[in-house]
Design a protein around this ligand. Structure first.
Ligand code: SF4
Ligand SMILES: [Zn+2]
Length: 485
């Protein structure tokens, strides 16, 4: 098999296809000739590395570029490594949230990131090392890592588990490439006291400051009502730099109807505390929840940036879908379609709203996202995601469109960071200017600096600053987030 891989590599180096499509055609042709399945770029990369190391062939930067799959993944110079915590109960009772056996709350076993975690038995060390290896095999650089810890409400996990989990993520980066064999036992020596866990964490964090694979950002997911001073200190100690906050809605009646277990006041409070402590903030928002309408959903996104209460740095937009194993699925199954048609939303009581709930359709969701992007979004926010990676086969009802960006990009004039940041192939044709946007946020002042083209449509670099008000403000005024794109 390897011999045949050599022929693919030789042919590609000789012919140097210009696009991925041309490379695929070449692989298809050779596979037909050799009567074998088409090799992945990772397979070829593996063999190519062996040939280069053995000095059988000369390194070919042009071929390495062709092998780089999904270049956009590390175009900013940072490799994202997402890991999942083990299955653990969640304090939330949210009606749309699925509970699948042996899976972390709200995650499904057929989601790509979850499948990778299952392969590693949810071991953080193995998850990180496997991901680094896979990224490298696909030609990505992994010297700067953004670690994202998923798995529901991180704050609810036992503190000892939290510390052990994060320690092992750091350890996996520090030791990557040094351990040829990765065993489940590696680094799992039992540590008995919280103090010794603290020390172990600190040792790995310190080591990582000089390591080849450095964690330059660490994201944790939690609920607004789990943020208090103690938790902020805990997040700080773990090395967290960004918090993904499950906000979902800013309307109390919607939060109540969906049994979120907290109200908007918690979101406003958590937002201020996290911003004052210097964390970058990513809100998870859910349009299409029971109790809302497309009109209210649009209003919700407009309000996020209209006043000082919210102003998140990033957004993940996850439309509500009906998934099996969720309480909403049971309610939806029992719906009486006749009643549904007779009543209008504002005339319904809570129970009726639930009984008559209909999720958004693809068309309505697309129109809503387009309106949000064009009319509610501001230049200092990044829309990080537009839809969750739930396989469509698991969605019983609700938006299933997976290529939303491609569908709406031609009609969108979105000013968000992601839509404007420069990508590979962009050449600076005109002067870059420094632009400044000031806005009030959570009882403080935020300043967004961006290097942009004169029409502000192309963004090259950005810097966020926050000046909190009052005593804390004077004491802790500091650079909040610095990011180069
Ligand atoms: S808090 Fe999050 S994980 Fe917990 S039930 Fe609600 S949506 Fe699910
Ligand atoms: Zn955008």
């Amino acid at each position: 098999m390897e011999k045949n891989y050599d022929q693919y590599i030789k042919a590609a180096i000789d012919e140097l296809p210009e696009t991925q499509e041309q490379f695929l055609q070449l692989k298809k042709k050779l596979s037909k000739d050799h009567q074998q399945p088409i090799p992945t770029n990772a397979d070829l990369r593996d063999r190519y590395n062996e040939l280069v190391t053995a000095k059988i062939i000369q390194p070919s930067p042009a071929f390495e570029k062709i092998l780089l799959s999904r270049r956009i993944r590390t175009q900013s110079g940072v490799a994202v490594v997402a890991v999942l915590t083990k299955a653990y109960p969640c304090p939330g009772q949210c009606i749309y949230c699925p509970s699948e056996k042996a899976m972390p709350k709200s995650y499904l076993s057929n989601e790509p990131a979850v499948m990778r975690a299952i392969d590693s038995h949810f071991d953080p060390y193995l998850q990180v090392q496997n991901r680094l290896r896979s990224l490298e095999l696909n030609g990505h650089k992994t010297d700067k890592i953004e670690l994202i810890v998923m798995g529901g409400t991180f704050s609810y996990l036992p503190k000892a588990y939290q510390k052990r989990f994060i320690t092992r993520c750091f350890q996996a980066c520090n030791e990557y490439g040094k351990n040829k064999t990765w065993s489940m036992e590696h680094g799992t020596k039992k540590v008995k006291t919280i103090k010794s866990l603290d020390e172990k964490l600190l040792i790995q964090q310190k080591k990582n400051e000089q390591a080849k694979h450095r964690i330059i950002g660490l994201t944790l997911e939690t609920r607004p009502d789990y943020i208090d001073e103690k938790e902020i200190l805990n997040f700080r100690q773990l090395g967290c730099t960004r918090v993904e906050l499950g906000v979902q809605s800013i309307f109390d009646d919607v939060l109540e109807l969906n049994r979120r277990g907290h109200l908007t006041a918690s979101t406003i409070r958590a937002t201020k505390m996290l911003k004052d402590a210097g964390f970058k903030l990513n809100y998870h928002m859910m349009p299409g929840l029971p109790g809302s309408t497309p009109k209210r959903d649009f209003e919700m996104f407009r309000r996020l940036f209209q006043g000082p209460e919210f102003q998140p740095d990033m957004l993940k937009i996850y439309p509500t879908v009906i998934l099996k194993d969720s309480p909403l699925y049971e309610i939806w199954k029992k719906q009486n379609s006749k009643t549904r048609q007779k009543l209008t939303a504002d005339k319904m009581c809570h129970a009726e709203k639930l009984k008559n709930y209909r999720p958004l359709t693809n068309r309505v969701f697309e129109k809503l996202v387009l309106k949000i992007k064009n009319e509610a979004i501001v230049p200092y926010v990044r829309i990080a995601r537009l839809i969750r990676d739930v396989p469509t086969c698991s969605i019983v009802a609700g938006p299933t469109v997976s290529n939303l960006r491609q569908i709406i990009i031609p009609q969108s004039n979105c000013p968000c960071i992601r839509c404007r940041e420069v990508r590979e192939g962009y050449t600076v044709k005109e002067k870059i200017i420094l632009d400044r946007i000031d806005y009030a946020a959570s009882d403080g002042q935020e300043i967004f600096l961006q290097y942009v083209s004169p029409d502000k449509q192309k963004l090259s670099a950005l810097l966020r600053l926050r000046i909190p008000r009052g005593e804390i403000g004077r004491a802790s005024c500091r650079e909040r987030v610095c990011q180069y794109v």
